[in-house]
Design a protein around this ligand. Structure first.
Ligand code: CMC
Length: 430
């Protein structure tokens, strides 16, 4: 960090305040406002539009240029040349693994895929029609009740084993939530398979038959996990960091991330995209929905469009689109009606003045739902799959925070309520 200064003069206050300015490796400079509280001021930034909540070395995004780097590596290169578990290693440890390190990491993760047998009874307490994200909020938080042996967050070895457990068990828990909803037996993981194939095996296999996982679909699944692996200080990652800053255990922190991800403005958008495409139903109705999205008096938004940070094409959406074509061609679904609507919608929206002016481009969720639908995954599972991929990002940020010095996250407010006043007895009110 450098020692440049910004000066701030507040009307009516004769003092000019000096604030340090820090430069990152790349990206905008950051004005350090930490000393303001001592001078009697807070900053006001609802939605954290202008606030850097922490210092981090994990992920960099340039929203105007459509750039996403993990530990410096562009997402397009990682999607093409790497795989999900290798990216997990990169996010967690900061460097790409050597062949031996990778083999060891993959073996260690795959050895943790099974969950405590008692957990299946926890599932049985849920209604069969429970949303799988509701189940995930519960079961992931409950892992802290099953793995007491490694909950000391000040012990690096405990943090590492919690990371392995979470990366490894999320697909198992996700597939169990699906199997439970359709009344099928839970499938044990098959550790001879790769991470994505194992997930598809637990989703679509059954104990009575041996199923073979289609490698094209497994590659697409791996890419979906990889493209969701991390995204800097988004709402769910910030929820994980905030929860972690209280000293909560990692399973509780990840449960907080899952809850934050669920909303339609964040990870719930992939399910909402499919709902929207189904509601549109036919290409001829697209103009009607575009008009609704532009109408200030209509709360409807084009799901899968727009992003808080990207004011350009989401680089993940470009890769997702390519994967979408590969999967649909493998399955002979190139003429899928929903895909036709999606492609027409993308073309019309990206040529429309409203979307151009507001820089609303398709985001990662626009295509992931179509791929998952083609693979045969029901839409209630889409956000669960996002959560599964994002778990490594949440853990990497949690680990980064706990490994350095940190304070409990405690924002302040601009209070605009009643000033102090005396209590009025009920007989004297009104
Ligand atoms: N359709 C129509 N208008 C939109 C849309 C949209 N999808 N997104 C933003 N706008 C308009 C919005 O009405 C506002 O207009 P005005 O300036 O006239 O008031 C302007 O664009 C800026 O929108 P905002 O809500 O202030 O922007 P934000 O940065 O707070 O919100 C967003 C970002 C992602 C919540 C929003 O674009 C949105 O709701 N998109 C649809 C949901 C979605 O696809 N979410 C997935 C995000 S990517 C996955 C992830 O990382 O979680």
């Amino acid at each position: 960090m450098t020692a440049r200064k910004a000066t701030l003069t507040v009307d009516g206050n004769p003092t000019t305040l000096e604030l340090p300015v820090h430069a990152g490796t790349i990206g905008p400079d950051v004005i350090d406002v930490q000393s303001l509280v001592g001078k009697g001021y807070f900053t006001f930034d609802p939605g954290f539009m202008s606030t850097a909540s922490c210092e981090s070395k994990i992920t960099y995004i340039d929203g105007d240029k459509g750039v996403l780097l993990h530990r410096g590596y562009p997402i397009e290169q990682l999607a093409e040349k790497s795989d999900y578990l290798e990216v997990c290693y990169l996010l967690l440890y900061g460097e790409l693994p050597t062949a031996t390190e990778k083999q060891h990491f993959v073996r260690t993760v795959m050895r943790h895929t099974m969950v405590h047998e008692q957990l299946q009874f926890f599932y049985r307490g849920f209604r069969r029609d429970a949303h799988p994200m509701a189940i995930m909020c519960g079961v992931v938080g409950a892992l802290s009740a099953f793995y007491h042996d490694a909950l000391n967050i000040t012990d690096e070895a405990h943090r590492e084993v919690a990371a392995f457990r979470l990366i490894a068990k999320m697909p198992t828990l996700a597939a169990m939530s699906y199997k439970y909803s359709i009344g099928m037996p839970f499938m044990y993981p098959d550790n001879s398979l790769d991470y994505a194939s194992n997930f598809l095996h637990m989703m679509f296999g059954n104990p009575c038959e041996t199923t073979k996982v289609n490698p094209v679909l497994a590659k697409a699944m791996d890419r979906i996990f990889l493209l969701h692996a991390d995204h800097e200080q988004n709402a769910s990652t910030s929820a994980v960091r905030l929860t972690g800053s209280t000293g909560a255990n990692p399973f509780a922190c990840i449960a907080a991330g899952i809850a934050a991800l669920w909303g339609p403005a964040h990870g719930g958008a992939n399910e909402a995209v499919l709902d929207m495409l189904e509601e549109i139903g036919d290409e001829s109705r697209i103009p009607e929905f575009i008009a609704r999205a532009k109408d200030k008096n209509d709360p409807f938004r084009l799901m899968g469009f727009g992003h808080r940070v990207y004011k350009n094409f989401d680089p993940r959406a470009k890769v997702m689109k390519q994967t979408c074509d590969e999967v649909l061609s493998e399955l002979g679904l190139e003429n899928d009606p929903l895909l036709r609507i999606a492609k027409a919608l993308e073309r019309i929206a990206t040529e429309d003045e409203y979307f151009i002016q507001k820089k609303l481009y398709p985001n990662v969720d626009f295509y992931s739902g179509i791929i998952l639908k083609a693979i045969g995954i029901p839409k209630q599972m889409y956000t669960v799959i996002f959560a599964t991929g994002r778990t490594i990002g949440w853990i990497a940020h949690w680990h980064e925070m706990i490994s350095a010095s940190y304070k409990i996250g405690r924002p302040r407010q601009l209070y605009t309520g009643a000033p102090q006043r005396d209590f009025v007895g009920i007989d004297k009110r009104g």
